[in-house]
Design a protein around this ligand. Structure first.
Ligand SMILES: C[S@@+](CC[C@H](N)C(=O)[O-])C[C@H]1O[C@@H](n2cnc3c(N)ncnc32)[C@H](O)[C@@H]1O
Ligand SMILES: [Zn+2]
Length: 391
């Protein structure tokens, strides 16, 4: 079956039994990830500008062979786990020099056909992406595997010059629903809280930053988002041990009370959990080390939003998502108004009114992209309860 995404038309396997994600003859294509791919294309446009990765742009990656201070080469993009090749084909249509890799020969045959169908060039590799990323470097590397990206992370950090894009669909280990699996894979303790998508995102960022730091590289998140089914992060890699130290300083712990939903956060690699919740006296649960810093660069997020175009199927949705992400506060956790209301035996109010009450009481407050009833605020639980109380 043929599908159009952005500027390209690609052949993908027919979904079986009405399933939305199909493996057809063994090659995977998930139409539900179109937003993820549309945002990726917008990121590639915005990042090219940010990093001066234009042929003739500022030299940033050592390819200035004629010594005129500008880059001589078309920037490179590796679609490491390509399946149908939809990401790589879309990147090729954006004038990236693409490599499409999959260990499955049926997948790479489809990649080749999809590039040719769109009159585009690219390098096709039928091999384990980990070997490829250990042997060669690319300006941008995109890891979009089944489930956890962990088996790819070490080689992906080594194989990336500038920007590492990672999808994780193993939300249960990341969010703490499968705690032991989360500990094994991500080297950090996740806790299953009511802000679980953000827990997952910050657990993934923590693991990626620590992995990059092993190679004296800083991994700075410039855009991240979480949906019910997956987490997607974009990390700019910087070659510097001191910058790597600075990213490690963004790691820390969250102490969460399952009884009253109160939480505190601390930076550092040694946890100091309180003996009891300061709000209700109940015992707390500690998660970490999670990434506690900003999960996106505000200006870059705005550039990505502006780079969405109307040939993208999810343009409207993605622009709204990016707008919300751009305006989120940088607190390491969010609240869900409905869960707080239930806790307090109240009925929920309109989100705008709830946020206005918090601001009127002198607190910062924003919506978040984690859900329609979620918010971030500088107020603690007791302050939220007081600020939003109705007579
Ligand atoms: C979730 S699919 C990729 C979907 C695709 N990126 C998209 O946007 O439609 C994961 C792909 O990774 C491939 N894969 C799994 N392990 C791999 C490895 N070690 N090296 C290369 N490819 C691998 C699988 O064959 C599969 O085609
Ligand atoms: Zn409590």
């Amino acid at each position: 079956m043929r599908v159009c995404e952005g500027a390209v038309e690609i052949e993908v396997p027919e979904a079986r039994d009405g399933a939305s994600a199909g493996r057809g003859d063994g090659v995977f294509y998930n139409p539900e990830q179109e937003l993820n791919r549309d945002v990726t294309v917008a990121v590639l446009r915005a990042y090219r500008e940010r990093a001066g990765l234009e042929a003739g742009g500022i030299e940033t990656n050592g390819d200035d062979t004629d010594g005129d201070g500008t880059s001589d080469e078309t920037p490179t993009y590796l679609d490491a786990t390509a399946a149908s090749g939809v990401r790589g084909v879309r990147a090729a249509a954006e004038n990236w020099a693409v490599t499409l890799c999959d260990r499955d020969a049926d997948a790479t045959a489809l990649c080749r056909a999809n590039l040719a169908h769109n009159d585009l060039d690219g390098d096709i590799r039928t091999r384990d992406a980990r070997g490829l990323m250990s042997a060669e470097r690319f300006d941008v590397v995109d890891i979009d595997p089944f489930g956890t990206p962990v088996p790819f992370v070490d080689s992906a950090v080594r194989g990336t010059r500038q920007l590492l894009c990672v999808t994780a669909t193993d939300t249960a280990p990341l969010c703490g629903a499968h705690r032991e699996s989360g500990i094994r894979k991500y080297g950090c303790v996740p806790v299953n809280t009511e802000f679980h998508p953000e827990m997952g995102l910050r657990v993934l960022l923590s693991a990626l930053c620590r992995e990059a730091a092993r190679y004296d590289r800083a991994a700075r998140p410039i855009l991240s988002h979480a949906t019910r089914h997956y987490v997607r992060v974009y990390l700019e890699l910087v070659e510097s041990a001191s910058a790597a130290n600075a990213t490690l300083e963004e790691l820390g712990y969250v102490h969460w009370c399952p009884d009253c939903l109160s939480r505190t956060a601390e930076r550092g690699l040694i946890a100091h959990p309180p003996e009891a919740c300061a709000n209700c006296g109940h015992g707390v649960k500690t998660a970490g080390p999670i990434y506690c810093g900003a999960v996106r660069d505000r200006e870059f997020t705005e550039r990505v939003r502006e780079s969405m175009t109307d040939d993208m199927g999810t343009e409207k949705l993605a622009r709204k998502l990016l707008d919300t992400i751009g305006h989120e506060l940088d607190t390491p956790t969010h609240y869900d108004q409905h869960k707080l209301a239930k806790e307090w035996g109240r009925s929920a109010s309109a989100m705008d009114d709830f946020l206005a009450d918090l601001r009127d009481a002198g607190h910062e407050a924003s919506r978040t992209h984690y859900g329609g009833t979620t918010l971030k605020t500088t107020a603690d639980v007791a302050e939220i309860e007081a600020a939003t109380a109705t007579e």
